[in-house]
Design a protein around this ligand. Sequence first.
Ligand SMILES: Cc1cc2nc3c(=O)[nH]c(=O)nc-3n(C[C@H](O)[C@H](O)[C@H](O)COP(=O)(O)OP(=O)(O)OC[C@H]3O[C@@H](n4cnc5c(N)ncnc54)[C@H](O)[C@@H]3O)c2cc1C
Length: 391
Amino acid sequence: MDLHLSERHLRFRDELRAWLEKNVVRPWREELRDPTASEDSLIELRRAWQKKLHAGGYLGLDWPKEWGGRGATAVEKSIFEAELVRADAPPILNFLGLSLLGPALIHHGSEEQRRRFIPPMLSADEIWCQGFSEPGAGSDLASLKTAARLEGDEFVVNGQKVWTTYGPWADWIFVLARTDAKNRYGGISFILVELRTPGVTVRPLRQITGESEFGEVFFEDARVPRANLVGQIGEGWKIAMTVLAYERGATALAYSTRYSRDLAALAHACREVGRTGPAVREKLARLVVENEVMRANGVRMLANLADGKIPGPEASMEKLFWSEFDKRFRDTAIDLLGPGGLLLRSCSEARPEVDWAREFLWSRAETIFSGSSEVQRNILAKRALSLPQEG
Ligand SMILES: Cc1cc2nc3c(=O)[nH]c(=O)nc-3n(C[C@H](O)[C@H](O)[C@H](O)COP(=O)(O)OP(=O)(O)OC[C@H]3O[C@@H](n4cnc5c(N)ncnc54)[C@H](O)[C@@H]3O)c2cc1C
């Protein structure tokens, strides 16, 4: 296990840093802090940024070259994510398409589907959302009930998805639907649905942060061409597992880069509000140490990836650790900053360095999505610790 970056990786990092230095437009956060800025202006800002990254050759990094990628290694991808944070770049708009559907199409899609869907996914001209969870199917995803009945050359889709991130902004949704009610895993198919299809309704859900970036999607006799099926009928579960493996990839380096920045901002803010005693320093020091633990785990995962090893249960450890750490961090920040830390960024009196209130509220969701903490602990108990199972 070699924890040092090779010459190739250092060269990649330095070129990327120089590119970001030139291309990240600095006042984007201020633009978004403007209380008159609408959600549409946020989307357009993020679309423009994604187009810039695409033109610079930095999207779909680890995809094959023929599909717009550059065949980068997992280490380069991880460096890329960490450098975006370091440069304080805006978030990528088509995040779900690029990180989840793109790899699914490359592994399981037809040539025609890749040609049709990958270019506008890269250029942010078509935005994607992920239609897996339902009111009765989250952690136990295979309980999903949304049904797709084949009638000639079309599927007739009925059912409901929920917690659909970017649903209110998206053009398309990739859906797991039941094509055989009797076969739990083998009765699920992976289907691409345009959200403008008659019979499809998207209802935004207002979140505790005041945003509505996710929503519910309803299907009532929505007719979808059979050509939008990815893989074969009944292969949806297998494809979903490919997708989820990408969702749980190595991101700890990007997270720890972000926490280092936010920790420095918190220490500075504490001085400004007069919170400087030994008890405060101890709280901050504990967070710094925990962040270093997370970084070390991320580097270990990366070293394994560089050696060609597929991430095992350590991906669950990473998800569990960062999401629980984030909650502790955001709780501590609110505790130390007092009432000033509770103001949302739309308030002119809010602290400028980090949107502390939003981060605190948002951190509640992190131990739920992409596999809840309980689910990750189950995986670790079984696969890392070989603990006995019930039943
Ligand atoms: C911000 C956010 C964005 C999301 N975006 C999307 C999206 O874009 N697309 C999408 O498809 N889904 C999305 N989700 C849904 C997410 O995947 C689910 O919320 C998650 O899988 C949990 O499912 P659930 O909400 O149905 O809770 P449940 O599965 O009902 O779980 C309820 C509680 O029971 C616990 N639990 C469940 N099973 C077990 C078990 N076997 N052992 C021990 N404890 C257990 C859970 O940990 C949890 O505490 C999003 C969720 C959030 C919060």
